[in-house]
Structures are given as C-alpha cells and as structure tokens.
Design a protein around this ligand. Structure first.
Ligand code: GLA
Length: 391
C-alpha cells in the first residue's frame, strides 16, 4: 500500500478516552464532512482503546461492546465509508490493551481477519501488557503479516512509544507510521518536549513510513482525557500544529470537532500549513538553528535575559522550487529567532535572496538577503514560505 503523504484524520482517545459510542463516531464523521475537514484531507476516523467487551467471544473473536456499539463495528464502518472517510480501529501487541481489554498477542491472524471483515482501513497497534519473554519487533512483524494475509489495504499504525528505536526497523516491517514517543498531554511542556525529542530522528521519516509524535491536542483547551498540566492557549496550539506540519508528522486531531473554537478550526484547516505537511516531495526539515533565545524587554534583569535551548529554526525543501521556514520560541519570554541563510546553504556571496510570505496569512513579507530575525512571542511560532530570487 502506497502512502505518499502523512496520514490525516481524527482519533477518539485524547478527548473521549473510554467514552466512545456509535452515535459519537457518526456525529464526528458528519461534523468533519460538514465543516470541511474531509475536504482538507482529514480522511481517517479512528476508534481508539475501550471499544470491546472484556472477554473474547466463544469463537475467539473480539466483540464490540453492545452498549457502546449496538449495531456492531461493520455498521459504523459502513456509515463512515458512506460519507467518504476511511475507518480506523485499535488493538495492541500485548495480551491486553493499555486499558485492560483483550488484545492481539497470539491472536494476530484472527483479529486481522475480523478487522478486515468489518471494513477497517487503519489499525493503531499499541504495546501495553506485552509478555516479558517475547520479541516486540517480531510481533509487530507478525501483525504486519496478518494484515497482509487479509488481502485488504490496511494502514498499519504501530504505537510502541519509541521502544527499541522504532525509526530504525519499523519501515522494514511494512509499518506505515510508528509512534516514537510517550503519550501527549494537553500542555505546552508535553508537546514541545515530544516534538523536540525527535528532531534527530526525523531524517528516517518519510513517504510510506512516518514518524508519529502522537495525536494533536489543538482545540482541547484543557477538556478531555489527556488534559493535564497548564492549559494551552491559541499561541501554544499554533506552535503545536506548526511543529507537526514542519516535521511532516501524521496529523491526527484529538479535540471534539463538534465544538471546535473558530481559531482552532481555522488553524487545523489552514491551507498554507497543510500544504507544508502534505508536500508531495515528502522531505523532512533541516534544523538550521537550535539554541538560546535572548529577551531584552523592559523587565529583563540587567537589560537582557538568556534562555538556553529555547530557539528553533527549521528549513524545509518543498516541491515547486519552494521552501518552508518554521521559527519557534520555547522560552517564557518573547525574542528573536534567527535564520541565517548561509546555514541553509545560501551564502551572502551567492547573489541570491529569499522572498518570504507568511504561510498562514499569505501576507507578502518581502525579499531578504543574508538573514531574517523575526520577533516570536513566548511559546509561539512563525511559519513562512519562501522562494529563491536574484538579489
Ligand atoms: C497508550 C497509547 C495511547 C492510547 C492509550 C489507550 O497509552 O499510547 O495513544 O492509545 O494507550 O489506552
């Protein structure tokens, strides 16, 4: 199965945890169609953990909880498909899922068959309760073979949270995306640490096998299942979405899209940011600056204050002779995030300059030579697109 760009969609876990049901999934699908999410590319609707009964059926098969899904899973899949979406479900490589429901260890082929019969197009495959003496890599390979044995195209989304450096081996097992980090929480510290922990590994991410830094929390504003720590505001959410887009990570939304704020909806539907995430060349960015931020505002002690390792500049080659630039400020104060063009391979002596526009507002920011030093708010970001022109 070819997968040229990072998968996009919605997953039930971040907001709803165990509180999932047939009507909820149907309502989310209708909302995603009506509000333009499907048209923007968010085409996977994924049910996470807690969908089944606590025991397998007599035939050994997983059984959907009849209180949550009274018509079974095929009915949900058929509805989701009828609106034009792909349907995703969840299991786990261990003996039980993370929430304690039956999982697929030693049942891989039967479970894959069941999922295929229900019309599943995407399987998130977790790593809890994995037997201590078993081989994790081999069991991801087993589920990959089991999915292939069904003859159905099923996107395999492995989720072992970075155990055994998955960026080195998941691609060779036929996996389409692999979670490289622990669970995201809906706060700035959690998502910024998750994204920055993978900066050195994204070189191994790309078409057919993407590094997955977890479902987004954009738009949750402290409500839901992973709402821990300080609530994010729109500045933080823009930074989260900009990081995921610049890094080419899968974009699985986690908020309740039925009550999404206008700002969050505009953000995740931003054509300029999605263009960067979904660029058909599928390149990952260069890290052109990773270092300190200097704040020299009025309340700085002695006129200035330094915050180590809080500035980040990413530079991404795109199709159509275009580039994207992401400037990030992780410091608790505003500051200038530097972009020296020579660091991206454009020396001052080249005779060429860069012509910038804002990726979100499309405002023309003019032609710059040698460098760009933009003010970025605390916890904030700027995302630009640029072209190379004669100076
Ligand atoms: C793990 C995963 C999460 C989620 C839960 C469900 O923690 O990393 O993304 O799927 O399990 O229990």
């Amino acid at each position: 199965m070819l997968l040229t760009t990072p998968p996009m969609g919605w997953n039930s876990w971040n907001t709803f945890g165990p509180h999932i049901s047939d009507p909820l999934i149907r309502e989310m699908a209708v909302t995603m169609k009506d509000r333009g999410y499907l048209a923007a590319g968010y085409n996977y609707i994924v049910i996470d953990d807690c969908w089944s009964l606590r025991e397998r059926g007599r035939d050994g098969r997983l059984v959907p909880d009849p209180e949550k899904f009274p018509d079974g899973m095929k009915a949900v899949a058929d509805f989701v498909h009828s609106l034009g979406f792909q349907f995703g479900m969840y299991s786990c490589a261990g003996v039980q899922t993370c929430a304690g429901y039956p999982a697929s260890y030693d049942h891989e082929f039967l479970d894959a068959q069941t999922f295929a019969e229900w019309g599943v197009d995407y399987l998130k495959y977790d790593f809890c309760n994995f037997p201590a003496n078993a081989d994790g890599q081999n069991r991801y390979a087993t589920m990959s073979m089991a999915l292939k044995s069904t003859g159905r195209d099923i996107l395999f989304a492995a989720c072992n949270w970075g155990t055994d450096k998955p960026w080195k081996w998941m691609k060779s097992l036929g996996v389409h995306m692999y979670r490289s980090t622990g669970d995201i929480q809906d706060n700035f510290r959690s998502f910024s640490e998750i994204a920055r922990s993978q900066l050195d590994n994204f070189c191994m991410s790309g078409p057919n096998c993407f590094n997955d830094i977890d479902m987004l929390t954009v738009g949750m504003y402290g409500k839901g299942n992973v709402a821990l720590g300080d609530t994010c505001g729109d500045t933080e959410y823009q930074t989260q979405f900009a990081l995921w887009c610049m890094l080419g990570a899968p974009l699985m939304l986690g908020a309740d899209l039925r009550s999404m704020s206008e700002a969050s909806e505009q953000l995740v539907l931003s054509p300029g940011l999605l263009r960067i995430n979904q660029d058909p060349e599928g390149r990952v960015p260069q890290v052109v600056y990773r270092g300190r931020m200097i704040y020299n505002g009025p309340d700085a002690p002695g006129g200035w204050e330094e915050f180590p390792d809080t500035g980040l500049t990413l530079f991404k080659h795109m199709s159509d002779h275009e580039f994207a630039v992401g400037l990030f400020n992780f410091a608790p104060k505003p500051g200038q995030v530097p972009f020296i063009f020579a660091d991206a391979g454009l020396p001052a002596t080249s005779g060429y300059a860069l012509h910038f526009s804002d990726a979100i507002t499309v405002e023309d920011l003019g032609i710059r030579r040698d460098y760009l030093n933009l003010m970025v708010p605390s916890h904030g970001s700027r995302v630009l697109r640029c072209r190379i022109e004669k100076a």
